[in-house]
Design a binder for this molecule. Structure first.
Ligand code: NAD
Ligand code: UDP
Length: 319
């Protein structure tokens, strides 16, 4: 198949490109390099089945060759990145998604949207099933991301209903692994790089808020299974949406202690102010993915940290 991956030079997108190439597909990687890096796909640049095109998808994009799948991953994803680029985040979720759906329609291609657990906001239902509508502040500091993704889901369903495009929406929960930017502000690279440098670990709030971390290889396996999934003849409103993430929940403070243990660095933990609208609890209900895709993550968090350490050591010049 010929697969177009938007955001293909980012953290998740580059792992997706790797896996698609390994499976024998042709990959067109479209990326503006706003938060991604060409180094993430440098090893693929000379591959005969890989093409990198630098393009900002808030502008239309046309391609003559056949496209079978559009995997739409382009968007700033860390709270620090979208706080620095709030208007662009709304544009890429809105205009970018619209352009990529138009491309899928023109090519009669299938379309997969990388959505997020953030569509559930600060959830009142725990764990979060796909049927939960969420608790999102529409004007708060995270709204540029949350509402962009909610718009992206809505326009994806509109193209499905009005034009019959074969779409899938994946709500991704915190995913971690090599190629996360060490300075993207997300808790996983932040705590690990702090420990490796021998600096204090900065826990926001009292650290009682929870997250559930999925190792990147597990997530990519889930995406591939979702691409292979055959939609049923009779559908309801939830048919096209799947949570993917790790249902093992930890508090941020527990995570800080685990990082100290795995890195074997006895650094202090310091408590800093909790950012506004920081979700208190987050854990996916993955019953649907387990039942229909026979998928669940298999990498424990401790192992995810271990597998990522060599990459962070290398980036920090500690290898
Ligand atoms: P990332 O920042 O590493 O990757 C995003 C990529 O999109 C970058 O390479 C960036 O340059 C590119 N991009 C941004 N705006 C663009 C534009 N206008 N045109 C073309 N390219 C553009 O982030 P990531 O963690 O790999 O996230 C990828 C996708 O997965 C995002 O859509 C994000 O919302 C979603 N997601 C990720 C997580 C996670 O835990 N990593 C969780 C939920 C959802
Ligand atoms: N966090 C923290 N210290 C940091 C960075 C983040 O305690 O240095 C917390 C943050 O407040 C949130 C959790 O870790 O509760 C996860 O934050 P992240 O930015 O990774 O992503 P989110 O899940 O909030 O989108």
């Amino acid at each position: 198949m010929r697969v177009l991956v938007t955001g293909g030079a980012g953290f998740l997108g580059s792992h997706l490109c790797d896996r698609l190439i390994a499976e024998g597909h042709e990959v067109i990687c479209l990326d503006s390099l706003l938060t991604g890096r060409e180094e993430n796909v440098a090893h693929l640049l000379n591959h005969p089945r890989f093409t990198f095109i630098r393009h900002d998808i808030t502008q239309p994009f046309y391609i003559a060759e056949r496209v079978d799948w559009v995997l739409h991953f382009a968007s700033p994803a860390s709270p620090k990145d979208y706080a620095a680029n709030p208007i662009h985040t709304l544009k890429v979720g809105g205009l970018g998604t619209y352009h990529m759906l138009g491309l899928a329609k023109a090519h009669k291609a299938k379309f997969l949207l990388a959505s997020t657990s953030e569509v559930y906001g600060d959830p009142m239902v725990h764990p979060q099933p796909e049927s939960y509508w969420g608790n999102v502040n529409p004007i708060g500091p995270r709204s540029c991301y949350d509402e962009a993704k909610r718009f992206a889901e809505a326009i994806t369903m509109a193209y499905h209903r009005q034009h019959g495009i074969d779409v899938r929406i994946v709500r991704i929960f915190n995913t971690v692994g090599p190629r996360m930017r060490i300075d993207d502000g997300r808790v996983f690279p932040t705590f690990i790089s702090q420990a490796l440098r021998g600096e204090p670990i900065t826990v926001y709030g009292d650290g009682s808020q929870t997250r559930s971390f999925c190792y990147v290889d597990d997530l990519i396996e889930g995406i591939l299974r979702l691409m292979a999934w055959v939609p049923p003849d009779s559908e309801d409103e939830l048919t096209r949406v799947f949570n993917l993430g790790n249902p093992e929940e930890v508090t941020v403070l527990e995570f800080a202690h685990l990082v100290k243990e795995v890195t074997e660095k006895d650094v202090p933990i310091v408590f800093c102010p909790l950012p506004k609208d920081d979700p208190h609890r987050r854990r996916p209900d993955i019953t649907k993915a387990q039942t229909l895709l026979d998928w669940r993550p298999t990498t424990p968090l401790q192992e995810a940290i271990k597998r990522t350490l060599p990459y962070f050591r290398q980036v920090l010049g500690l290898a």
